[in-house]
Write a protein that binds this ligand. Sequence first.
Ligand code: AGP
Length: 369
Amino acid sequence: EAAEKGGYEHFMLKEIYEQPKAIRDTLTGRISKDNTEVVYEELNWTPDDVASINRVLITACGTAYHAGLVAKYYIEQLARIPVEVDIASEYRYRNPLTDKNTLAIVISQSGETSDTLAALKEAKRLGARTLAITNVVGSSISREADQVIYTWAGPEIAVASTKAYTTQLVALLLLAVYLGQLNGKLDSGLAQRILTDLHKLPTLCHEIFEGVDDIKSFARNYGFREDAFFLGRSIDYAVAMEGSLKLKEISYIHAEAYAGGELKHGTLALIEEGVPVIGLATQEDVREKMMSNIKEVKARDAVVIGVGVDGDTELAKYVDHTIFVPKADKYTVPILAVIPLQLLAYYAAITRGADVDKPRNLAKSVTVE
Ligand code: AGP
């Protein structure tokens, strides 16, 4: 097993550090040489195929569900098709409004999650066109779906999903651009910018790894707290949910993610002196609103770790600590912003002596309902 960990103490850490390569593998062969077009040979859809889709349904569980939440922003913004995201175990029991004009996407690292498989079967039964985004070739979900996009992240052993998630985001961003190009809703300049930026992601991941010592020290300082809050708006809200899940599943710290605007509707009551709040502020269009949420929790003496983009000196003024991620556009920055949160969860779990790769009560792949 030590050999398989390749010198890392845990599979989770190894898999976090494998993200640059995993992302590169997800991208390989899927962008035209001049960065203007997505090439999804496995789909090979025509404009007519896409024109017949009047809504997208995404179902998944856990981290894969969080990837679906980010994909809702991607697809709605870039292809202007309405997207509904549902937890697979909820979808299957709600007599859903799915039909032949629905593109049903299921996301699953393992391709074996029983609720996701059942949701896929239900969407298919209702006549939807089905597409699986999975990491495991030949998995049950890959066999059941009409079409498959593989993430090519390589084997993920740790229970906490890391590289599977970031590669799902990459595959989903490519898909959003692909749909937007085929239905003519996506500006070609924006498409080119996104596709060019995607190529930069592996290098930018390495820049984040250079800041790992700061993350370790935050984890040491706050790892013994009982609660933590993650705040974000827009795509950052989805990233906050993933950061919160990561922290709770491996460190057993109670964590909750909130949309910044929801704070005043209840959660603010829980913010008191010393409570760690991780505030994500990578999304330019909601930045001012997010800053005011950060000020609100600061005013209640929370300890705020702000996650922002390089050069955001304004953010640094209002928080106790900052984690900067490299500058990237609003669609690719969430793929980077989650990495410090993965590392924070990892080092918090280490601080608490938890079994990082095999957290209590959890299995890598949930094949029972
Ligand atoms: C992630 O860290 C979790 N262990 C879990 O939420 C996982 O993402 C979920 O069980 C879905 O698994 P799948 O992607 O293999 O379907």
